[in-house]
Design a protein around this ligand. Structure first.
Ligand code: ATP
Ligand code: MG
Length: 285
């Protein structure tokens, strides 16, 4: 039974958010999403803006903003939705956020040390010397400025520094499942290569990742096993690396056409165009 992969399984997931324009009104973002990932695998998720990729990431981690109205998320058969955020983290799930938050007054190193400590079995403590050595190595692997661990978390960090810092946290926490939400946005070409390679180096029997990205560039460095296309709150297509290239060249319209998907925005556009056309016709008369 040794080396059995861990399995994160998402089944028919439905998620709503409170509409910011009309509090109390719920808007469905995820509309029956299915995804299964095992340790040892890296999955890429691509898809147009606003299709629910960050919603999926935040829901897996347990962000309070997202309300699950149907379906399930399990980790090795255990109900993830019943766990608090820190229980999910201790269970081995990690999220690198699209927009990492600033925490003033807490140094980056203290933050990471606390998170590492929280994962240790009761009665065990972080060994300070080893922690510092590991942190220094991770900082140098990521070619980060050596003052960054000692500054307040993300305060005044540049966009690229924040993204690199998310990868630093991942390297230190060594999760079983990492969800990386657009870690490439804001990275310069060198940083992109460094971050991509550092994620790829995590590959192994105990590590699985969901890499959310818009561009082929990141996936030049991260060798992914599956590519999923997400549209309108669901995964609508799954393939291999050939999908990345096709999307880079041709965008998403061909998938919509092939699968007959009409998004909400397009429905609205059609309705309003139709209304205009009717008005114009009556004005002519
Ligand atoms: N509070 C809210 N009120 C109304 N709509 C919301 C709210 N929160 C999120 N949404 C909508 O949910 C949809 C999905 O958002 P999400 O951030 O998951 O998209 P995404 O696929 O990550 O997009 P991107 O590629 O731009 O990062 C968007 O249309 C967004 O505007
Ligand atoms: Mg997003």
């Amino acid at each position: 039974m040794e080396n059995m992969p861990r399995v994160l399984k998402i089944t028919d997931l439905h998620v709503v958010v409170s509409d910011s324009e009309n509090e109390g009104n719920k808007k469905e973002i995820l509309k029956g999403l299915n995804l299964e990932i095992k340790t040892g695998e890296i999955h890429a998720i691509m898809g147009p803006n606003g299709t629910g990729k960050s919603t999926l990431a935040g829901t897996i981690m347990g962000h309070y903003k997202y309300e699950v109205t149907g379906g399930s998320i399990t980790l090795d058969g255990k109900d993830v939705l019943a766990m608090t955020v820190d229980e999910r983290s201790r269970a081995g799930i990690f999220l690198a956020m699209q927009y990492p938050n600033e925490i003033s007054g807490v140094t980056n190193a203290d933050f990471i040390k606390t998170a590492v400590q929280a994962r240790l079995p009761e009665g065990e403590h972080v060994k300070l010397f080893k922690f510092i050595k590991d942190l220094d190595k991770a900082v140098s692997d990521l070619k980060m400025n050596s003052d960054l661990p000692h500054r307040y978390l993300n305060e005044g960090f540049s966009g690229g520094e924040r993204k690199r810092n998310e990868i630093l946290q991942m390297k230190m926490l060594k999760p079983n499942f990492a969800i990386l939400d657009e870690i490439d946005s804001g990275l310069d070409v060198d940083a992109l290569k460094i971050c991509g390679e550092n994620v790829n180096n995590m590959r192994g029997d105990d590590f699985g990742a969901i890499v959310i990205t818009h561009y082929q560039r990141l996936l030049d460095y991260i060798n992914c096993d599956y590519v999923h296309i997400m549209m309108d709150g669901r995964i609508v297509m799954t393939g291999g690396k050939e999908l990345i290239e096709r999307i880079d060249q041709d965008g998403y319209d061909w998938i919509k056409e092939e699968l007959g998907i009409v998004t909400e925005i397009e429905t609205k556009k059609r309705v309003s165009l139709g209304t205009c056309a009717v008005k114009k016709a009556s004005e002519v008369r």
